[in-house]
Structure formats: C-alpha cells, structure tokens
Write a protein that binds this ligand. Sequence first.
Ligand code: GDP
Length: 426
Amino acid sequence: MIKSNSLAIIGAQWGDEGKGKIVDFFCKYADGCVRFQGGPNAGHTVVFDDKRVIFHQLPSGLTHSHLKGYIASGCIIDLEVLKNEIEELKNLGIDIKNRIFVDYRCHLIFPFHKEIDKKREELKKGVKIGTTQKGIGPCYEDKYQRIGIRIGDLKDFSLFSEKLKQEFLRKNYLLMEIYEVPPISEKSYLNFVKENREFFLSLITDVSKEVYEELKKGKKIIFEGAQGTLLDINFGTYPYVTSSSTIAGSISGQVGIPFNFIEEVIGVCKAYTTRVGEGPFPTELTNEIGKYLQEKGKEFGATTGRKRRCGWFDCGIIRYAKRINGFEKLIITKIDILSGLNELKIANGYIYEGNEIDEFIPELAYHLEPKYLELKPFNQDFNKVKSYKDFDEEVLEFLNTIERLTGCEIWAVSIGEKREDIIFKY
Ligand code: GDP
C-alpha cells in the first residue's frame, strides 16, 4: 500500500480535512507515526469497530497495536490532556505500553497559558483570531521568548518546580494587572505533575534520533500534519492561522531529521471547503447549501465544538497547497456529503481587480472573487460503492474535474467516516 518509507500526510485546506481517518488507514501498513507540530488544538477523529477516538496530541495511528507513536519537538504538550488521552485509549482496550515516545524538547502548556489565551481573545475588539483557547499561542510565544519549560525539564523536579513557580509569579502579575482576573495557584498543578511524574518520564526520549534510526533501518514512518496548509504560521491566511508550521517542508526542522528523508507527500482535502473560526474564505456559502453541508457533514470542531463555515471546493487553494507542499497526489474526503444537492460547483481560480488569477493568494484572500464551474449534481448511495468504477458518472466527472484543474492525481476517495470507507483509484 505504501511504497515509500516515509509518507507525509498534509491538510491541503484549513484543517479538519479528515486527516485522522487517512493517517489511521495508512498506519496499518506502517511501523511508526509522528506528530510533528501543534498541540491539543488538533482533533483527529478515527472511527473503527464501532468505536470513535479523537486524538488531540497523540498520533492518530495508535489504535494499531503494532505501531509506535512519536510526538516530535515541534509539538507542545498539555500534560493533563495527554494523561486523559492515554487513559481513554486504555479504556478502549488499546495497550500503549512502550509505544508512545515524546521528544524531551517539547514545550509544556500550563494553566496560565490557557487563561491568557481565553482572556486575550475575549478582550480583542476587532481582529479575533478564533483560537481554540487551549493555550497554544501563549505557549509557543514563551518558547520563542526562550522562557518556556520543556517536558525534559521534569527530569530534575526541584529545578522544574522552581522554574514553574517563577513563571506562575510572572504570569499571575500579567493576569491581575492586564487582564484583571484573579491569580492562579501553582499548587494543584504541581501536585498533579508530582503524582504523575514517573509516568511522564517513561515517555520521554530523543524522538529525532529514534525516528532517524527507524528510517535508517528501513522502517515505514507516517508523518501526520495537524491543522492545514492555510493555517500555517507563514503561508496561511495570517493572522487567522495557527502558531506553528503545518506544511511538509517544516517536517525535517520540527522532527529533527534530514529533509531528504521525506520521500512522499500527499494532500488531504474535503470534496468541499470548510474553515473554523475567523478569516477570509472566498468560496464560503452563507445560504441553505452552506447550512446543508454544515449539518450533513457534522461540521463542528472536534476540539472546540464550534460550527465550521462551509463552501464549495476551491481549486485555487489546492494549487497553492500543491506548490507549497510539493504533493502530486490527493485524497478526497467526505464526498458522500455532497450527494443529494441540487447544484454543484467548483471554483476554478479567481477574479481580482478584473484580472484572472489561478492560485490562491493569502494576502488578497478577502478580495478574490471565485470563478465557478457548474457541474451536474449527484445523488449516489455510497454504501454500495466497492471500487472506483462503481462511482456514478456525475461523481466521476466531479473527481476528473478536480484532477484536471489541480494537476493532482486522486489517489483515493473517502466515502464515509469508517476506516473501511475508502476507495482507491488503483
Ligand atoms: P482532521 O482534524 O483532519 O482529522 O479532521 P476531523 O477529525 O476534525 O474532521 C473530520 C470528520 O469527518 C471526522 O468526524 C471524521 O470521522 C469524518 N470523516 C472523515 N472522512 C469522512 C468521509 O469520507 N465521510 C464522512 N461522512 N465523514 C468523514
């Protein structure tokens, strides 16, 4: 199923493309799965054997009992969320012993990061970013200010406690003076860490070295992106972006492996477009069709429960993501959600100040007028589809149009939420 030893699975839109399901599928054929950026702001849903797991920080492949899961140095960690997530897996009967590896360089999210995130967003009058309020931004800020505390610091608990107490002091000053909220006590958090310290220590390693050695041995590794290309801190629709780099090119720097170790990249995108939170969205549908997609597609954030905005498939975005990430192959998800609509459109580029533009331009995103192509709508029962040739003519026309306009080959199409609901083209 996977020819290359290292395969990166990247969101080609604004995240929530269904990467969790795709990563889980490919992990059956892999030896390891690496999360390379972000934190518990992700929510990757995996549905198997009538069970549903939402992975926030752990790599999505961990339901496969043979697989090793790595959290690389580009990630940040909320220890309370991590512990709960591991408990959830155990409750589902999934044995995680000696299967989870966390890089000692990962920075930690503390209660004050979450409080600052929340308060800051509340107080913003104009440009609300629409953050998940999980403390992601404030934690990355501390990392780049070089005042962050890393999971590896747990090895020396008295130094860790000292550093953390200092940080609580500084952040409480900020909370009280700027945000006018009561201070947070460090006591209960420190107790939690103390009680679970041995367990956390058992997970810590040098992921950069481990993954390097696995790849050297010829093991197959999946690199799992969180969020999507248009949420990348550099190449997304800034400032409505996440705090880390989500694109394929950043994998080597965030995991700590040579860049030429990434052999293959695939882009995952929905058969339509969604985005959660604020920011520009050229093909957004604020009408009944948008509502239909939102409801039928259950477009609620897996982490925050917020409604996702919905719109037509946008080839300009895929062209941009293709160029930035270097993928040639696409996996299309949620095609079943488009079934039953009375109209079907795909945006093929834009008009900007009277000129035609092929590729999405984040800087101009608010002013890009999509050029639409009308396609025949379809109404297919996807439960009956067992191979690519079973797709109705109109569905094939939709998929062929995407291939023709984006210059990407469709590798597979996801037709439902379950693990087995995926149809490969060849
Ligand atoms: P991710 O963050 O990219 O992993 O995406 P999410 O998990 O946030 O959102 C994708 C949602 O769509 C999840 O609830 C999946 O179970 C579901 N899903 C994935 N692929 C399909 C599909 O082909 N059809 C349907 N109906 N649901 C899907």
